[in-house]
Design a protein around this ligand. Sequence first.
Ligand code: ADP
Ligand code: MG
Length: 566
Amino acid sequence: MLNLLNLLDRDELAKKLRKIDGMGYKRYQIIKGKYQFQNFVLYIDRVQGDPFANPSNVRIKIPQRVAGFPKETFNTKSREIALRDYLTRVLYTQAKKHSRKSGSGYSGMIKVEKPSQKILKRNSAFVNDEWVEIRFRVGLPAHGRRILAAEAERIFMEAIPAISDALRFKNLDEAEVFEHVLIAEDADFLRGLLPSLNLIAFVADGSILPRRSGIDERPLENAIPFESPPSLRVFVELPNKGEITGMGIRRGVTLIVGGGYHGKSTLLKALESGIYNHIPGDGREFVVTNPNAVKIRAEDGRRIEKVDISAFIHNLPFGQDTRAFSTENASGSTSQAANIIEAIEAGAEVLLIDEDTSATNFMIRDFRMQELVPKEIEPITPFIDRVRQLYEMGISTVIVMGGSGDYFDVADCVICMINYKPHDYTEKAKAIAEKFKLRKKEVPVDFKEIKQRIPLIDHKDLSRKDWLKISVKGKNTIMFGKELIDLGCVEQIFEVQQTRAIGYAILQAMKLMDGRKSMKEIVDAVMEEIERDGLDVLGFSEFAIFRGLELAAAINRMRSLRCVLR
Ligand code: ADP
Ligand code: MG
């Protein structure tokens, strides 16, 4: 350990490298440590075991007298998070520029994961009054399994100093840095303003909502800018940008209707994203949503563990209990019901639902079907008959529904998308609802509260040893030991850095599972710990912040989860 505290200088590192040139890869272990360079301190924290293994963890600390960031770029919480996000983006570009495949496996690679267009709290960059710290990974070069010292020297003596230099404030685009942090601050302010305006979301006039494609998050070129209907337009004053206007979506039940391909789902997607801030140029900089808004969808095939879905589904064939419903293979409707109950259990305040990804029989049951199939033999109480009760419990809903006018009865606001522009059709829809009253309300049992579940994870991989391998395969899959957790339908996870953090957070959550604490208590405790002590409490890897709602969603999808009802 003493060795680690020992500050050597850069020449010592060069000497060490030359000494082990051509030797077996394991000899790289001797370079672990801390080295003083002219303008920064280099930390080699972990050295990989072979050229094909997880690349080595390296970080540098640049003193502020060199880095030179003005206080105004990080003197509020929003600005600090945004500056760290910005530095990660510069680091990403720089790492790519200086990366050079130079041998076997990951040899010569300098890497940090690509950030999405969300401005997130990350553990790849830090900043305070004294220094700037950035972290990345280096594939220590080898030919086969023999150390290539010259290449390693290129990385440590040339590439890393160049990266460090590029990160100095004077070498950055000053206007761009300020734009990044001030926009993030404005967006946080705007989101914080929502409750006092009685809103659950705000979509600024001029926003660009559509993306280039399902796999390209950049804004669609030549898109029609968003323009609020006059009746829903709200004026707000932002600390940096000043006054802006946009569409306010009020608490309650909001319906988004309109013809196919007129931009309904695109608007909802923007609301889903509005829980996080976006980088300048994204088009959604001032689209903000209640931070506890959750996308709800059908997800057949998922596992469900003792969820009380009786508000939506009861009297299943052969008397299956739906007050503590479990299945290894949920249907469309049972999965959507469970997704709602679990989201509320974990603290959701707004539900975002799209007909495109919903189970039809969960959403609607029209007059004719009510006549044909009596309520007594239909286990489902459709969402339309619960949405007002949910609102009485404080939960607002935004529903995209182009296919059924039955929802006019229960909506507070009806927004109609025509050629990508929203119109306030509330009055029109209400008049039609008055004129054609056929559908009966069907509410068999009351729905007042959500029972808290006590989770326990009985993990075979953990009972044998107290170490467990956690890895991710893209943003949708966590390998938790041997267990695969499928997050493909948890749509508000936007990058793999978040998925990885969730994977490690599950382990943290498991430590708190004592047979007494509820799911919400456990998830909240983990999130508080991260808030207090940073993402590093999760472990030693590259992470980005996520919500407790997504952590709960991941735990809820584990096949090893067992619950008891409190
Ligand atoms: P809907 O859900 O109403 O069927 P979508 O939201 O899926 O429609 O949008 C249909 C198509 O229109 C998508 O390809 C989307 O990218 C595009 N689109 C959405 N909004 C705009 C816009 N404001 N300007 C240009 N194209 C848009
Ligand atoms: Mg759609």
